[in-house]
Ligand binder design. Structure first.
Ligand code: C2E
Ligand code: CA
Ligand code: CA
Length: 465
């Protein structure tokens, strides 16, 4: 239960792309959450004052709860905790509209109308949580629809008439509630349509991008305790012909949904291995390792191991210089199959890193079974390291854990000296982050490596697009 609650309400900053489809849609969802917060606050303040002036305490208390909910939604949304704000908003609106509908007792000539507002709430829930688990994506909207049906057909038990809303204004209320219900649903439907259009345009562009050579890698250096570059992480970039550079955060979730991540991932592995073979020719670069992100969908392919082996063979790259980064979602499948696949590649020298470590729910027993080489501490912990004692405690625990499991550990998202010093003092000796370098195009990276084969921090470089 505790695990379910923490999963549902985890306060993840600015991670909207993980649970909504694509970039422009994210902005719409963001606006929807802010609109929901302000609407909740505005309506409940007005109605709260109205009921206060009439001394109607039960309704005043309901609206007071709504005011607190509206403020909570806005505080979370402004703090970039959008997922939590959206979860609270959808539940609170469902609850308050049902409650208000119960006091909207139908009578001769005045039908019940407040329940019309459930329709936009249901549609918005469905839209916002499009990529979430079954409860938020499906069950919550269905619960809303069941309440709507029960209220529309008057099969809900009618509460005592003490709780009935005052009769005056109810006729106007019928109009207002029908209009807000219909306009609300129309707005959400228009957003869904715009989202579908953007999605299909992006999908068709993504299909053609490999053939057009629009994908490329930027490489971000990984640094050891002496300040030397021992490897890089390959980070995908898409130079779109009309939209310019598109972030992987925007197109990788969609590539995963459509299965396009498989050809894109294969292209990435070929690219990285070709680069390794190139670097192997020079003593200045032959020691470098390339870490490649492998998506769960790509890893799940039955021929994944064979594909990596044949790419390594064809490119002539040394397997020991290829590091594959998996996230915990890739480990959620049949663990025997996962372990077998990882071992098959580890046996030929490929190494494994667990990305975004600390954000998922891997158990200790699971970690013990996996043939991992490295744990990568998520940047959200590093960014909060100095301000939040819990992040420091988590990182310390993760480092202890990696030492007990005999795994290397690297911290990502290191942005300043203070974070670096703190990480060093608790035993983390490998780093990646803007403090050292942003992800760079290959030509700039080569210049950096050649000009920086010395101990000490490498200078900051703006990311070229
Ligand atoms: P990730 O694997 O966690 O990659 C790290 C992200 O953090 C990168 O964002 C990187 O540019 C960014 N970053 C690096 N240093 C710092 C720092 O000091 N501060 C901050 N705030 N951020 C930093 P990017 O390049 O936008 O990639 C985002 C995500 O897209 C990656 O997260 C990874 O999950 C995915 N991705 C990128 N390339 C590929 C790829 O080739 N294949 C797959 N499957 N996923 C990829
Ligand atoms: Ca990564
Ligand atoms: Ca990461």
């Amino acid at each position: 239960m505790r695990r379910l609650c923490s999963k549902l309400f985890r306060l993840t900053k600015d991670d909207i792309s993980k649970w909504t489809p694509i970039g422009r849609h994210n902005k719409r969802v963001k606006s929807l959450i802010f609109f929901g917060g302000y609407a909740t606050l505005f309506c409940s303040v007005i109605w709260g004052l109205y009921y206060l002036s009439r001394g109607n305490w039960p309704h005043f208390v309901i609206n007071l709860i709504s005011v607190i909910t509206g403020v909570t939604i806005l505080v979370l949304a402004y703090g970039n905790h959008l997922r939590s704000a959206a979860i609270i908003m959808c539940h609170a609106l469902l609850f308050t509209v049902v409650l208000a509908s119960l006091s909207d007792i139908p009578m001769n000539g005045i039908p019940r109308s407040v329940h019309m507002n459930l329709l936009p709430v249901v549609a918005a829930t469905f839209l916002i949580f499009h990529r979430e688990g079954i409860y938020l994506r499906l069950l919550l909207p269905i619960i809303g629809l069941v309440f709507f049906l029960a209220l529309a057909l008057n099969v809900m038990p009618i509460p005592s008439s003490d709780l009935a809303a005052p009769i005056e204004g109810r006729l106007v209320g019928v109009w207002i509630n029908h209009i807000t219900g219909i306009v609300g649903v129309s707005i959400v439907l228009a957003m869904m349509q715009a989202n579908m259009n953007a999605r299909s345009a992006l999908e068709s562009d993504m299909r053609q991008a490999i053939a057009r050579g629009e994908y490329h890698f930027h490489y971000q250096p990984q640094i050891d305790e002496f300040g030397s570059i021992f490897g890089v992480e390959a980070l995908l970039r898409w130079r779109h012909p009309t939209r310019g550079s598109i972030s992987p955060m925007e197109f990788i979730p969609l590539a995963e949904e459509t299965g396009l991540i498989i050809p894109i991932g294969e292209w990435g592995l070929r690219m990285a291995c070709t680069q390794l073979a190139e670097w192997a020719k020079s003593p200045q670069t032959s020691h470098l390792i390339i870490a490649v992100n492998v998506s769960a969908t790509q890893f799940r392919q039955p021929d994944f191991v064979q594909e990596v082996k044949s790419i390594l063979l064809l490119s002539g790259a040394a397997p020991s210089k290829l590091k594959l980064e998996l996230t915990e979602t890739a480990l959620a499948d049949d663990i025997d199959v996962v372990v077998k696949k990882m071992h098959a590649l580890k046996d030929i020298g490929v190494t494994w890193s667990l990305d975004d470590f600390g954000t998922g729910y891997s158990s200790l027993s699971l970690l013990k079974r996996l043939p991992l080489d490295q744990l990568k501490i998520d940047k959200s912990f590093v960014s909060d390291l100095l301000s939040d004692k819990r992040s420091l405690a988590i990182i310390t625990t993760l480092i202890d854990l990696s030492q007990n499991l005999n795994l290397a550990v690297i911290a990502e998202g290191v942005e300043d000296e203070k974070q670096l010093m703190a990480l060093k003092s608790i035993g983390c000796l490998s780093y990646q982050g803007y403090l050292f370098s942003r992800p760079l195009p290959i030509s700039e990276l080569n210049n950096l490596i050649i000009g920086n084969n010395v101990t000490g921090h490498i200078s900051r470089h703006p990311e070229s697009v």
